[in-house]
Design a protein around this ligand. Structure first.
Ligand SMILES: Cc1ncc(COP(=O)(O)O)c(C=O)c1O
Length: 431
């Protein structure tokens, strides 16, 4: 090339959740049957969409309007429907104009960070969902700035750590919160959300709250939304249908903008996000047409309850099987459908390993984990010895060694096998 064309931020882009698929495909060629536990796609894991939802979508497919572009911010009646749901919570009040649709939250996330001034930082949780941390760091051209989620305190944010990081990094202008959280499955109490809002208030920051899992909460935990606690602070709530309906292939999510009129700079920033969508024209029309019909349907609440009961059962079984193992910290998940397990440092050294019977496969895996983190070694060896494909925790912007696994497996027997095998392999790796 005549000029160097690669941006400094490019090296911050990584998404191990999908990158591990290449390795797993190679392992498959050695005759190993892969159990995909790396990605949060309920449909890929065999969840069936109920007939009444399929009928709504089939009806929309027959409507010529579903083939058209829609307004840039999204269909007005759908935004109206969603803004009313926010207002019903009794906190911050919005109108349909405060909602912008995107082609999935992945699209929203790219724009949210991409349109910030390069020097400005949004502090991420650690561990963090890698789409956020990668997009933020790539935009800034340097590694993420993070605050600690504490596995010894139900994976709740360490508020003292958050405050220190904000105080000593003047570039931090926003706080990212993911609630319920990916990758930990934690659901935050109102007190913690209030403390984050207080910090945002004190340091004049905005809040980004990714609430894509806000209706996937169980084990008796209560849902507390950003709109209920935000007061006068500027903020964005990110929501979508990928996990909730679940319809990830629709590529449909939206942002709700809170208190844009309270700060001129924030208002201009939101306008730049809108303009970026404007030059793309709009987001997918068909799923937007479906949202009020599905979420407003008489069966919807019951349907969500049934799904949550399923994940509650999965959460409790997984916790029971891992909680007493020596050398790991396992928390019970209360929302979303992931569990993160941490290896305690004192159990880790150069000798941690899992037996791989096939000599050629063993050599291949060894070549792949040279200089890798210890948790990546666990994940790769687990894959080669059992076919179970999980994701190393260090790939979620974390210093902690561990892994993330999904709770999505539909078949009870297979689910038990996955977690029994996992427990066995953890013991082999640690001891
Ligand atoms: C916390 C979180 N936010 C956003 C997304 C992306 O959602 P979408 O399918 O709308 O791009 C995911 C996907 O796993 C997620 O876990």
């Amino acid at each position: 090339m005549r000029n160097p064309i690669i941006d400094v931020g490019a090296k911050e882009l990584s998404y191990e959740i999908r990158e591990i698929v290449d390795i797993a495909k190679k392992v498959e060629k050695f005759g190993i049957n892969i159990t995909w536990e790396n990605i949060g796609d309920p449909i890929a894991k065999g969840e069936e969409i109920p007939e009444w939802i399929k009928e709504i979508i089939a009806e929309i497919v027959r409507d010529n309007n579903s083939y058209a572009y829609c307004p840039t911010k999204g269909l007005p009646e759908t935004r109206e429907f969603l803004s009313e749901r926010v207002n019903e919570r009794g906190g911050v009040q919005i109108t349909a104009e405060d909602i912008i649709f995107f082609n999935g939250l992945g699209d929203a996330i790219a724009k949210i960070y991409g349109l910030l001034k390069r020097q400005v930082r949004v502090i991420n949780p650690s561990p963090s969902y890698s789409t956020h941390s990668s997009a933020e760091a790539s935009h800034a051209g340097s590694p993420p700035i993070t605050y600690f989620l504490d596995p010894k305190n139900y994976w709740y944010p360490d508020i003292d750590d958050l405050e220190k990081r904000i105080k000593y990094n003047p570039a931090v202008s926003g706080i990212l919160v993911i609630n319920p959280d990916n990758p930990t499955g934690a659901v935050y109490p109102k007190k913690i959300l209030n403390e984050i809002v207080d910090l945002a208030n004190e340091y004049d920051l905005f809040i980004i709250c990714d609430e894509i899992y806000c209706n996937l909460i169980y084990n008796g935990k209560k849902q507390h939304l950003l709109c209920e606690v935000i007061d006068d602070v500027c903020g964005l709530s990110l929501k979508g249908i990928s996990k909730e309906i679940p319809w990830p292939g629709a590529r449909c999510g939206w942002i709700e903008v809170y208190n844009a009129d309270k700060d001129e700079e924030f208002k201009k920033y939101i306008n730049s996000i809108y303009k970026a969508k404007l030059i793309e024209v709009c987001s997918t029309t068909l799923p937007q047409m479906a949202i009020p019909r599905i979420m407003g349907h008489k069966n919807y609440k019951k349907y969500l309850n049934e799904r949550n009961k399923f994940f509650e059962k999965r959460s409790n079984t997984a916790y029971k099987k891992l909680k007493d193992l020596e050398g790991v910290i396992a928390n019970k998940t209360n929302g979303a459908f992931y569990m993160s397990v941490v290896f305690e440092d004192k159990y880790l050294n150069g000798d941690n390993s899992i037996k791989i019977n096939d000599k050629r496969l063993k050599e291949f895996m060894e070549s792949q984990v040279k200089d890798a983190s210890i948790d990546k070694k666990f994940v790769y060896y687990l894959l080669a010895s059992t076919g179970i494909c999980v994701v190393p925790l260090t790939s979620f912007c974390s210093q902690l060694n561990g892994f993330r696994i999904t709770l999505l497996e539909r078949d009870d027997k297979k689910f038990n096998w996955i977690f029994d095998t996992l427990a066995e392999k953890i013991e082999e790796f640690i001891l």
